[in-house]
Design a protein around this ligand. Structure first.
Ligand SMILES: CC(C)(COP(=O)(O)OP(=O)(O)OC[C@H]1O[C@@H](n2cnc3c(N)ncnc32)[C@H](O)[C@@H]1OP(=O)(O)O)[C@@H](O)C(=O)NCCC(=O)NCCS
Length: 174
């Protein structure tokens, strides 16, 4: 059965269940970490028969300061991104929840006016890398310490998909 998705405030009465879930999928530290650069924090929970089985937390921040760089601006205004800090699905619910959570994050970040959705994944996270590539994320490999296979995954959110599709159809004469 497919999971259902819900947007939960951090003050949700069942938040303790998400904390336990985050710990079980190795995402406990990143569920609640807060930095001054975060403008807001957002949590999506995957539910199976009402029980939390997956989570995705992203923060909204300006693009740049995360890497101690000045904010990237468009026409003078600083651009924002949704950065995914915590993402995981319980073993029993895998091959069902991950793509759905990412798709909902893309929708929510688009509603929030973010320019992109971005995350970093260590090289040993094979399932996560495959999922992101399958979804069409751009990939930017990055050396981190001994990890030679880690990468940033970036989904642009401001492209006008319909216009691009129309232009492509016209080019193909369809
Ligand atoms: C990454 C994770 C959230 C994926 O959850 P999921 O529910 O299995 O994801 P999906 O069902 O949407 O999988 C989508 C695709 O990802 C790929 N994939 C998923 N698990 C995979 C695995 N173990 N090996 C290879 N590819 C895998 C497949 O291409 C899959 O498509 P398919 O089922 O049609 O073959 C889950 O494996 C997880 O919680 N891992 C531990 C925590 C983690 O690594 N989090 C990443 C942040 S650092």
């Amino acid at each position: 059965m497919p999971v259902s998705l819900a947007r939960w405030p951090a003050a949700h009465p069942r938040f303790a269940g998400v904390e336990r879930l985050a710990a079980a999928v190795g995402q406990g530290r990143d569920l609640e970490v807060v930095f001054d650069r975060h403008l807001s924090s957002h949590l999506i929970v995957a539910l199976d028969a009402g029980a939390p089985v997956g989570l995705l937390r992203f923060v909204v921040q300006h693009i740049g300061p995360d890497d101690d760089l000045p904010a990237v601006r468009l026409g003078g205004a600083p651009l924002t991104e949704a950065k995914v800090l915590a993402f995981g699905v319980l073993e029993g619910a895998r091959r069902r929840g991950g793509t759905a959570l990412q798709t909902e994050a893309i929708a929510w970040a688009t509603e929030l006016g973010c320019h992109q959705l971005r995350s970093h994944s260590d090289g040993d996270r094979t399932a996560n890398h495959q999922l992101k590539l399958r979804m069409g994320f751009a990939v930017h490999p990055e050396l981190r310490g001994e990890d030679r296979e880690g990468a940033y995954f970036v989904m642009p959110l401001r492209g006008d998909a319909e216009a691009l599709e129309g232009a492509s159809r016209r080019r193909r004469g369809a």
